[in-house]
Ligand binder design. Sequence first.
Ligand code: ATP
Ligand code: MG
Length: 448
Amino acid sequence: MHLPTPVQDLIRRLNEAGFPAYAVGGCVRDSLLGLVPHDWDLCTAALPDEMADVFRGEHLVETGLKHGTLTVVRDHIPYEITTFRIDGEYTDHRHPDSVSFVSDISEDLARRDFTVNAMAFSPDQGLIDLFEGRQDLEKRLIRCVGEPRLRFEEDALRVLRALRFASVYDFEIEKETAAAARAMAESLKRVAGERIREELLKLLCGRGAGRILRQYPDILSVIIPEIAPMVGYDQHNHHHSWDLWEHTVRAVEGVPPEKDLRLAMLLHDTGKPRVQTETPDGEWHFRGHQAVSAEIAEGVCDTLRLDNATRDRVVLLVRYHDIPLRTESGEINTDRSFLLRRLNRFGEADLRALFLIHRADRIATGYSSPEREDQRLRERMNALDQLMAEKPCFTLKDLAVNGNDLKGEGLRGKEIGAALQRLLEDVMDGRAENDREVLLDRLRNVEI
Ligand code: ATP
Ligand code: MG
């Protein structure tokens, strides 16, 4: 295993001062998997004060001191160094009530959640693997350190973390760990939303997301109760091959692994069971499900304490997930003025996201082939690329005239906004060039 030079140096400096020190947790796991760790965490017998002595004069960040963490920044890269510790009780299922520092790394490794996360490494001692983490990595298994039930009782978030790691690395969850996770899932209700958020979003973006969603809808329903009724829900509709949960899982898998898109797909049809109606011939319809799903999405985003920008985007993508992306006349979905009007409404980034969502949603019905939908997506993206290359006008901000110009023409109050809107539509529809003189002339002479 190769440690980056700064990590080797940090360990050596601590050793020279008489303290054992190791790389630990995610970075060891990822290195053994042949992945590049996104950060390097260290643990040591030194107390924070003692670490501060060792690294005196360097750029230090002290935010984690209470929990025994001192961060040393080298070349703008932060390295978290944490004193060996054991966690106190998690009476609120959220935070350990206290932490106690210990002098032995084995106690520190034993408090960690999964065997694959409980390994340490130092150049002197090599791999410290007290719980067969390496073997579980080879078997591609997520397994609790110790008694799974007790570990999930201590901190219920670990239930979701098990699903998250299984999804990200495309591992299975070991049988007893999985059974305990199901049995303890209810206690996830008491875990703080922001802790859930991080794990859920990583889960949704993992390679094995679809498989984990299929295997554990019961656990996910504790966080998002609207999932439960979707499982096994037959849509009685000839446009759908699968039950609503399977459709949803496929839709999630069908969009790129970006958190907004994946969360939007997870929630896009949650409103369906609530608005279901039946026609005389036995077909079911779900009119208005988009708005109900959007409302549900808003609630979920709030529970997860998502930032406002992400919440607004997810809610918008859910609300408009099946807005028509072609003109009334049918096949022409790359029509210029139509695209400009969609750009005006959604902006470029969200419009592209809606293209991706459409593709995934359609393939996930089982009634359209990936080839056909890919072809359609390419056409739409290409048309949009070409259009954007022209730097087209599709907002009032881009328009060659503004409110002051119109005041100068004698327009007042509400007339101004209405006239600007008409001129913008004229430009988007190709009736007028986006040129100041042309537009003012049109305002004076054309009955619009
Ligand atoms: P990532 O690549 O997502 O950062 P990670 O393994 O570093 O993965 P973190 O959440 O950053 O995950 O946690 C760092 C380490 O701390 C874990 O590897 C694990 O050993 C331990 N850990 C984190 N959260 C818990 C928890 N809730 N219970 C027990 N151990 C935990
Ligand atoms: Mg980490």
